[in-house]
Design a binder for this molecule. Structure first.
Ligand code: MN
Length: 321
């Protein structure tokens, strides 16, 4: 999906300034953002005071929405640079098209992973004939300096490794959990996993001590390190944990997101992850002039125009809070 927020605000993020080195339990509330005409999403990242979790730089949770008599998701062609997008569904389906020629339907618990590298454009839509409910998350991973100018590509991994324990099934979306590694390409030490827990389950997940982590409830109530996490909210856990106790108060489905703290300082604006104001300006200009980001074929509609840039220069965030 795109950042269709009409007031595309600037976010400076990355660096050590926000990272909490020890275990914490910081409950984050979502910001309700309306995308396009009617779709409302709950934005967990970037959040007030919490911009990233490892390389994860953007997290929207949407649905479940009843789209039986509606077109559903309709995101016209728009550009990206400096990031990967992860499309993750629990219900419904999304038809992805991009400027590398991809045409792919992504279904629940399949990984649609788009690496923008230096430039890509894509569209996402609910197919004409679609399931009644749409429920999912849109996540972005920032690319590190060494790989942010790489060639754009799209990966679809319908089969992902599972980690199971009594009452728990974990699907490894990206990176490695408990020895199981996703086939999705990663560029920084990172993990993303989808945990399905039966009500009443008590379990413990192995973690990496030098990663920071957060959990987001997609449905149901899960207690992470004793803190109740309800749908649409996210619990930031800090670093320095070798395990995470989980208890499902009801049947629940949660995302575990983590990674090594992202050291580089970033400027995020609209659908771009950059290092400076000038890069963002150039990318915006290139998109509006129809260069660099290629073309998406087959989408029934016009590309998305970029919003206006804010009048003040965007600066990457410093390391000190
Ligand atoms: Mn997008």
């Amino acid at each position: 999906m795109s950042n269709l927020d009409r007031q595309a605000t600037v976010t400076a993020c990355g660096g050590r300034g926000f990272v909490v080195a020890e275990p914490v339990r910081e409950l984050l509330s979502p910001r309700h953002v309306t995308l396009g005409e009617s779709t409302e999403v709950r934005r967990l990242l970037p959040n007030l005071g919490r911009r990233m979790v490892g390389g994860w730089a953007f997290v929207d949770h949407y649905g479940p929405d009843d789209i039986a008599d509606e077109p559903g998701m309709q995101v016209p062609p728009h550009p990206h640079m400096g990031l990967q997008t992860v499309s993750w569904l629990h219900q419904g389906e999304v038809l992805h098209r991009d400027s590398t020629g991809s045409l792919q339907t992504v279904r629940p618990r399949e990984l649609g992973l788009m690496t923008s590298g230096r430039a890509i454009s894509h569209s996402e839509e609910s197919p004409k004939s679609h399931a009644r409910f749409l429920h999912g998350a849109q996540l972005w991973v920032a690319l590190p300096e060494a790989h942010r100018h790489t060639d754009p590509r799209f990966e679809h991994h319908p089969e992902l490794p599972l980690v199971t324990a009594t009452g728990l099934t974990a699907t490894v979306i990206l990176g490695t959990l408990d020895g199981a590694t996703s086939p999705g390409t990663t560029y920084t030490p990172i993990v993303g996993a989808d945990l399905t827990l039966a009500g009443g389950t008590e379990t413990t997940l192995p973690l990496e001590r030098d990663f920071e982590y957060a959990v987001l409830s997609m449905s149901g109530e899960v207690h992470a390190d004793g803190v109740p996490v309800l749908p649409g909210s996210m619990l930031y856990l800090g670093c320095g944990r070798s395990e995470l106790p989980l208890r499902a108060a009801s049947d629940a489905s949660v995302l575990l997101l983590g990674g090594e703290p992202f050291e580089e300082e970033l400027v995020m604006w609209w659908n771009f992850v950059a290092r400076s104001h000038e890069e963002v300006e150039q990318a915006r200009r290139d998109w509006m002039e129809g260069t660099r980001f290629g073309e998406v074929h087959g989408y029934d509609g016009d590309p998305l125009p970029a919003p206006a840039l804010p009048p003040v220069a965007l600066k990457p965030r410093g390391r000190v809070r």
